[in-house]
Each structure stands twice: as C-alpha cells, then as structure tokens.
Design a protein around this ligand. Sequence first.
Ligand code: S3P
Length: 439
Amino acid sequence: MSAPKSLRYHVGPGGALVGRLRVPGDKSISHRVVMLGALASGDSHATGFLQSEDTRATIAAFRAMGVVIDADGPGEVRIQGVGMHGLRAATRPLDLGNSGTSARLLCGLLAGQDFASDLTGDRSLTRRPMLRVVEPLRTMGARIDTSDAGTLPLHIDGSPLHGIDYRLPVASAQLKSCLLLAGLYADGETVIHEHTTTRDHTERMLAACGWPLRRNDSGSLHIRAGGELQPFDLEVPADISSAAFYLVGASLAPGSDVLLESVGINPTRAAVIDILKMMGADIVVDNRRELAGEPVADLHVRYAPLQGVSIPEALVPIAIDEFPAILVAAAIAEGTTELRGAAELRVKESDRIQTVADGLATLGIDTQVLEDGLIVHGGRLNGGHINSHGDHRIAMAFAMAALVAAGPVEIDDCANVATSFPGFVDAARGLGLDIREVH
Ligand code: S3P
C-alpha cells in the first residue's frame, strides 16, 4: 500500500510564497465521511473530499466489506450506504497502509460486527500502539488479538459489546472515536470522559447524521446503539493540517502573501493559528462560515518576524499534527521556543520529537530533546540533507525551511506525502517554492 521509498525533494534556498490556494480536503473528516457514509441508510455524497493514500485505504477497506463507493471524480465521493448491519466479512486482511486513523477507528467499528476481520498496515503503522484502543474495547466485550508488541496485525473476532464508562488515559481523538463507533453497537450506554479536548469531527458528523449523542455539562459523551444514520451531502473543508505548511512558509519568508481558502478552523483543531500568532505571525482569519457542520474561513498570511514562545500545554492536542511545521517556524524565530506535554508526538508516523530535532540539527539549529517535547533555540538555517523517515509532515515542514536556508535542502523518503497531500509539490511550486522531485 505505501508508495516507493526513493522519492526525494530538492528544495532551492530563498524565495517567497505568493498567491492563493485551496489545500486538499480535511483528512480526518474525509475518513469519517467514508465510515459513516458506509453505515448510513442510503446514498451519501461529498465534495472537497481528500483523495489520498490514507483515505484510499479506508475506501478499500469498506469496498472489501461490500460497500459500493465511487471516488473517481476529483474531490468527490459517492457512497451507497449499507445500513448499520449491512457490512460483510472481507475475504482478506484489510491493509490500512500508513493510516492510524483508519486502523484505530475501524477497530472500534468492527469489534461489534457479527463477522471476523483482520487489520494490517505498512512498516510505520505496524509499529504504532494499538493497545490504547484494544484494552477498552476488550472491557466492552471485544475479542481482539494483537501482535506480542500490542500492534497490528490485529484479528478481531466480532462479538456482542456492552457499554462502558471510560476516562481516556491519553488525549486521542482516534481513541475517543474508536469507542464512539463501538458504542454504536454496544448494549446500554457508552460514556466517555476526556480531560483534554481533542478533535470532535466524529461527534459533529454523528450529529449531522441524526444519531443521538449527548454531551453533558462536564463534557462527557454519552452514546447508545439503536437507530439509523441518515445519509448526507456535504462539502469537506480544506485541511488545516495541510494549510499549516503554508502558514509557516509564508510567515518565514520575507515578501510572502498567501490566501488559503475554505480552511477548517474547528476550535478543536486550529491552535496552530493561535501558536503562530503568539510567535508574531500575521494571520488574518476572514470570511468565516460553516461547511458540513464545521467552521471554515479563509486564512490570509503575510511574512512577519517571529519570536520564540513557551507553547501552552492546553494547546498541544489542538495542534498535534502541526508541530513539525511549528517547530520549523521556531527554528528561525528569535529566542527560544519550548514545547512540553507532547509525548504523543513520539508515536505518530515517526517519532516526531526526534525526527524534527535531527532535521534541525542538520540545518545547524540547536535543540534540547525532552521526553515529552523539544526546546528549540532559534538561529540561522544552513542547507542540508534531511531524512523524513517516511513521515509526510516531516517532509513538508522541512521543505518550507528551505525558504530561509542558506543552501538547498534535500529531503529523503518523501513518497508518503501522498498519504495526506497529493499535489503538495505542484501547489508549493505554484506559490513560489523552488521544489522539485528527484526519483
Ligand atoms: C486524528 C487524530 C489524531 C491525529 C491524526 C488524526 C483523527 O491522532 O494525530 O492525524 O482523525 O482522529 P490521535 O488521536 O492519536 O492524537
């Protein structure tokens, strides 16, 4: 499923980013479009949908379980929902490639089916922790086998589930969503408490599909089985996690002026804007409106000198995927930036604390690696040769670093950019980044 490893980016130094861009659709929302659309009672349709390797993995999984999905038009998907009990056993393991969201959410959705499933993935995904979802699912009655290390491949037997009252031990929307999806099939009530806010796309989309989901005053979520998901027709907002590379690139490079259109600014996702503004970035949030029950806006970003900051820990889960980009911004900010409370970065597509620290060291920036974060001493960037470790967000973040580097930045192992942002290189070139692919 994962793309060849040999793709390298060569990014020439200097330049500025100028122009307007709609980055591809939100990855988290696009996965949920496929999952809830597949279970809905009728046909659903979405535009602005992210067609990437990760969402293709989710689509392939549901096709293998008998759902007819047409995803041929650009940014468009049509799903013939089979209803809550219409999925069929796949005849082979579901290969989820690089996609943690597919693996963790499917685990919850499949635990209560009346058939067995096997889940597998690529080298990175088969190293990522799955016990965080498997253990609470087992207390709901799920029968799931993992590897000895608690990772994929998984065998899910499919068994009757019962609701639990569960406090999330890690701030993870994937875990929360996994349990909500399992709760759609569990006897009694499933109650989920989170002490830190994480992205709420599953809750919003369940509500849009008419599923009664209750949030009480303390923020706990209550869900029950029974009922139907209504089909939908919606437009997926542009992905703020993809927009983040341009927010950072334009903030770094003098002369930059970029308009990013229709970007999702859900308050459980958008802290990259707050953090960059704390650093002195010039970002104007304009034309606020709603798409698919999600707030969106156009983001106008212009160059501004940045200062180091101490990143408030409460913002960490709300910017969790944007730290590769934010830490590249920190590298040229004046002074020191401190990130703590971000141990989750170590179990993403790569160990993002270490891969960012190694990449910044290659470009001549001093950092201190912490168990749960990174201290970055801003300075001047040299050119250099970066290993992205197959992590899409590391590759794109370091491509932006070249805008202010003294020499070219070469980045290895970039094929996985296609998991979240197909067309990244063309989009970046279109705005003025001197980037090319070397095969
Ligand atoms: C996601 C949740 C986050 C995020 C991931 C997408 C989701 O993961 O990093 O890219 O769509 O629910 P965690 O829940 O593991 O933090």
